[in-house]
Design a protein around this ligand. Sequence first.
Ligand SMILES: N[C@@H](CCC(=O)N[C@@H](CS)C(=O)NCC(=O)O)C(=O)O
Length: 190
Amino acid sequence: MSGMQVELREVKLADKPKSLLAYSAKGTVPVLILPDGTVIDESREIMNLALHQHDPEHWLPNNQKEMMQINSLIDMNDAEFKQHLDHYKYADRFPEQSMIFYRQQAEGFISELESRLKRDRFLCSDKLSLADMAIFPFIRQFAHVDKTWFFQSEYSHLQAWLDGLLNTQVFLCVMEKYRPWQVGDELIVF
Ligand SMILES: N[C@@H](CCC(=O)N[C@@H](CS)C(=O)NCC(=O)O)C(=O)O
């Protein structure tokens, strides 16, 4: 969206290149390396950096109060919800509780989003923002664990919001698959 161009190096998470770990020891993606060598290994910081350069659709709000709201919603997603989601997705690896138990835990955040969307068209206002773009991929994962359950659930506003975002050009074009990068590969500009 910002038009920022990067050289893309796809990573296979099961076989992380040493050069990735040399730049960022925590071994998560995405990692952005700036021309001056600065390493940014948090997706929210990458989004902020890009949008501060160019933000044609105003995903960043123009006031501090809304930015705080966006950040606290992303914090809720990244901390608690993400953990419940992982338990729900991989319930067989966490046999202490059932899949439904983990789903019910995740539903705390899901109902918070549903009530926001009942009130406004998007998560923080009637305008799409960074909060929607940062959070919807995780709701997509949540929905995909048991699509039948999700699309028959009481969360109708969340279903419509998710459907709308999944059908945007901006989402469809980032979903293109790439081969993992190897030394000597041709440069891919993303
Ligand atoms: N808070 C980090 C989380 C990044 C993250 O966990 N990414 C996943 C892939 S979506 C990952 O790299 N996992 C490491 C692994 O599976 O080994 C961010 O937003 O950048």
